[in-house]
Design a protein around this ligand. Sequence first.
Ligand code: ADP
Length: 164
Amino acid sequence: MKIAVCPGSFDPITNGHLEIIRRASRMFDKVIVVVMSNYFKKTGAFTPDERVELIKRVTGDIPNVEVDFSYGLLADYAREKNAIAIVKGLRAVSDFDTEFQQALANKKLNPEVETVFFTASGENMYLSSSVVKQICEFGGDISEFVPPEIRDDIEKRLRKDIKI
Ligand code: ADP
């Protein structure tokens, strides 16, 4: 069975992430989307559990996707799950430097696993969780950037004019 892990902060998951997950699910037998703890140094808008729940909700229709979180090293996590690939999305040249560095480090730590890059679609290449959070915080419309099932949760958490 060909297993891939798809790591990230997912704070929160966006249409950009979801597109990469869907494409990966067509290439691998199983895709494990993993919310990584090393991304939590900066406090996020959502807790790890919340991020996992949001991802589960929007990937529920993809049978070969699992969602998990990890507090350890990605290279170790991939080994533990018998993954053959780490799937990442590349948006622009600006992503390349860090992604290349991470891929080399992960190869050193776990030579069994390949990092595979999917190019972002033209539509989503400007999209990041930070952009979504900024737009939402100031009352902008995020409906084109995040799956409809989780839009309310994001607005409730971030919009300054909504009281909960
Ligand atoms: P963000 O930069 O949105 O916080 P993450 O750290 O959660 O993203 O990223 C997890 C992975 O998803 C990374 O490989 C990142 O490049 C990829 N990714 C994020 N947004 C997009 C997008 N709009 N299109 C393609 N890949 C993306």
